[in-house]
Design a protein around this ligand. Structure first.
Ligand SMILES: *Cc1c(COP(=O)(O)O)cnc(C)c1O
Length: 357
């Protein structure tokens, strides 16, 4: 706190990202990065862009990337917005499209950046409790609101909602913007993108950080009705005209041009996830059905915080949230088969002496 801070800054409670430890030889399963590298074609495109051209500003609209995304998803370019990670895209969405007449709605257990944006933009929100099994009940969102947002699959539970449920929500909620945050959709859920031509209040955000292995490049996007996209462009151009640099634009565009690599790596992650869930079950863990590149698991006999601390001592980092309803769960990123084996071996060591089996 400083007397120079604005009152708003004093009231903020910023998002706390999962740690990026600087220790060698860690098995890092805490921030849902992809265990496989980006497509070689992405690296090639980035290398080709490195040169004298970097003295020039990038295209402020990232047109080449918008075109790649639009053609990949069968949309028009004016239905696409691109930004510096989907976190930035989400920030613009909160500022541009959530109204202030009623609270916005999101689940009690969800991406913890949403309340942070509400604090930054002074937007009221109401938490809608997930069902006992951590599913989102669409009927609970039938109430006056200034907007609705949730991830599908949800984070940190991994549970997905069927597209028909999302369409039912859109049919019941036509007067405010509905945002589906599809950060993990490529790992087994149905995208709502095919609905954007029919629902002018639907905005779908995605990221290249997870399924396209580009967390370090910082690229996210949103698709929806051109009027919603225009609102985001207005905010962007009042904040930073060039959120995506030259390397990000060409690298991200190249990712959409390498479909075989994308399919191969996402299938590998999904297969490893199912194998990991089975191994965890043998150790007594209960796991929420996951359509994401992470699992959300609890052990009925062992404290989650203690397991996370013991894993850390063994060089395996997972995420534990000290929050109501979920403080006995661990969120574990699906790694390579070798990383998952390291995790399972460490867990077996931790659980056996404690009588957890
Ligand atoms: C990872 C994540 C994002 C943000 O991804 P970026 O790296 O900023 O593109 C957004 N929403 C959810 C639910 C996430 O888990």
């Amino acid at each position: 706190m400083s007397r120079f801070w604005s009152p708003l800054v004093s009231r903020l409670s910023p998002y706390v990202p999962g740690e990026q430890p600087k220790i060698a030889n860690l098995t890092k399963l805490n921030t849902n990065e992809n265990p496989y590298g980006p497509s070689p074609k992405v690296l090639e495109a980035i290398r080709a862009e490195v040169g004298d051209r970097l003295r020039l500003y990038p295209d402020p609209e990232g047109t080449a990337l918008k075109q790649a995304i639009a053609s990949y998803h069968g949309l028009q370019t004016n239905q696409v917005f691109v930004g510096n990670g989907s976190d930035e895209v989400l920030a613009f969405i909160f500022q541009a499209l959530f109204q202030h007449n009623e609270p916005i709605l999101f689940p009690d257990v969800t991406y913890s950046f949403y309340p942070v944006y509400c604090g930054l933009y002074e937007i009221d929100y109401r938490l809608i409790p997930l069902a006992e099994d951590f599913s989102i009940r669409i009927a609970d969102y039938a109430q006056p609101n200034g907007g609705i947002i949730f991830p599908n699959p949800n984070a940190p539970t991994g549970r997905a909602l069927a597209l028909a449920e999302i369409e039912a929500l859109l049919q019941a909620n036509t007067d405010s913007v509905v945002v589906i945050d599809e950060a993990y959709v490529d790992f087994g859920a149905e995208s709502a993108i095919p609905l954007v031509n029919r629902y002018p209040n639907l905005l779908v955000s995605q990221t290249l950080s997870k399924s396209r292995s580009l967390a370090g490049l910082r690229v996210g996007f949103a698709v929806g009705h051109p009027e919603l996209i225009e609102a985001l462009i207005r905010v962007k151009d009042s904040f930073n005209s060039y959120p995506l640099d030259r390397l990000a634009i060409v690298g991200a565009a190249a990712s959409f041009a390498d479909e075989p690599y994308f399919q191969q790596t996402r299938q590998a992650v999904m297969a490893s996830r199912e194998a990991l869930v089975a191994e965890m079950a043998k150790l007594g863990f209960e796991t929420i059905p996951s359509a994401a590149n992470f699992i959300f698991s609890r052990h009925p006999a062992q404290d989650a915080a203690k397991i996370a601390a013991s894993l850390r001592e063994r060089g395996v980092i997972v995420r534990h949230f000290r929050k109501p309803r979920i403080d006995q769960y661990l969120r574990i990123t699906v790694g390579t088969p070798a990383q998952n084996a390291t995790l399972i071996a460490a867990l077996a060591e931790i659980l056996v002496p404690a009588g957890g089996l």
